[in-house]
Design a protein around this ligand. Sequence first.
Ligand code: ATP
Length: 604
Amino acid sequence: MSQATVSGVGGEERNDFTAAESRQIRERSTRLLGSLLRPERTRLLIGLVVVVISTAAQVAGPALIAFGIDSGLPALLSNDWMPLGLAGVAYLLTGVVGAVLMAWFTVLTARISQAVLLDLRKRVFVQTQKLSLEFHETYTSGRIISRQTSDLDAIRELLDSGINQLVQGLLSMLFIGIALFSLDWASGVILVVALVPLVILTRWFQLRSQTLFRLTRTTSAKLIVKFVETMTGIRAVKAFRTEKSNNAEFEGLVEGYRSANARVIRLFGIFDPGLVLIGNVTVAVVLLVGAFRVIDGHVAIGVLLAAVLYTRRFFDPMEEMAMFYNSYQSAAAALEKISGVLEEKPSVPDPTSPIDLWSSKGELTFDDVEFSYQNGRVVLPSFTLHIPAGQTIALVGSTGAGKSTLAKLMSRFYDPTQGILTLDGIDLRQLHPKDLRRAIVMVTQEAYLFSGTVADNIAIGKPGASRDEIVAAAKAVGADAFIEGLPNGYETDVNKRGGRVSAGQRQLISFARAFLADPAVLILDEATASLDIPSERLVQDALQTLLSDRTAVIIAHRLSTVAIADRVLVMEQGRIIEDGTPADLIAGTGRFSQLHASWRESLV
Ligand SMILES: Nc1ncnc2c1ncn2[C@@H]1O[C@H](COP(=O)(O)OP(=O)(O)OP(=O)(O)O)[C@@H](O)[C@H]1O
């Protein structure tokens, strides 16, 4: 397998990585983690010092008890309260210091994790928005939602508690080991022996859980994808009554998720009691061996008590550390996926040294342009086309002919695979993105309205537009009348009940948006065939206003639109097979005159 297959989101669907590919993915995650943690390095350093002191203070407890019992009590019998008093004060002090520092550590790590998560969340949003349409057309919305939700949650879980517990756990085990060996080496040796079954059990758990956790993640991701897909396509679901089969499929997925989780729980069902058992047996052995040695006079009673307390405490973080492994696994997988998305390069990159175009005339030229999507099949074979400034072009052709593809090239959603596409003589790839967006606007079929008011939605065309400008734009395209009729006029929330607008009205709002943007080139995917006649007339009038004084390319679905065009391009299988004025083409005998005839028939 070539290395290139795992770059970006390429390896997401695979789990048969070679060693080199795994390394590549791991390095990518590590790089991302490094770049996220770098700004937090001062806090991290303080946090490390704080947790070391706080754990040491907490581990001091049993040793002080041993001192109190073995030295304090005998001294007290001879009326010397000093050693016991010292032990008591020290115990209290270490307790307080340990607690205060622990609180500080918790706050510090929470701050770090918040900062890291916020940074990551922003990066994912900025990146997914920056990625070209090509990425979004293949990477499903369910997957992109998973990146921003469940993946970030997995990382949050790890940062919020997992890492704290791991660091505290490891330090505590280390300090306890040292304390135990310095107090009573025999108990220390028993603890080391106990490490053997502990390591075996943990290793067994790790190996088993790795596959199982991966299974729970993939099954839960499938659930999300199915859910998002169904809800995005809810209209088609309702129209074709696919609820039943969707339910059945979803049930199957839920069952898969449940059984994966059940297997994880069963695994914990063996691991947890196993840990407790090893802990208890070790404590019993330490107590038993210690008791004999106390009787022999080798060990003081206080030391034995401390040894038992230490042994007990040694096992306390084990369960949490095993859980850490769980959250670490999900977080690592999440980070791998997120780093893949962040590594993706936009297929339509911004120019490195952009050319400014202050005011565009709107002249478009395709010079020997060829285009194929990622799969390599040539959709638009090499062609040359000149669109003079100010011309209104109707693009017609049967479905799949390549009309939308041509439109997507003009608005630079994609770049040509060969040849050059220029605006006023400048290669679109060289044009400053902000100038490009100002000069060329595409109104898509969906006429998408974002949450917010009608006014907000129109203002998208020109951020910061005044209310007068917004109303003027609405008036120009004939949208003013219906907007004034909405419950709150321009302030009506388009997503609230009562604010719902019809397809034609949505189209008008998007026209007002485009009018306000006032681009030199307007590209319009005209999908208004379903409108009723009055709405159609309204939209038609709006269109006339919208198109005047600019270059316009309309994917025309209606005869009335073609009539207002200066020029018609007929496309077939990616080629422009006819090019002329509507009148000339109708008079001819080509594809368009047939199309025109059948349109006419459909009107009578
Ligand atoms: N993202 C894509 N990846 C691969 N192939 C694509 C993609 N989008 C479109 N195509 C293919 O490109 C060809 C042209 O599609 P295009 O959408 O441009 O046609 P169209 O003329 O606009 O059709 P319609 O009128 O149905 O919208 C079709 O064969 C289609 O299958």
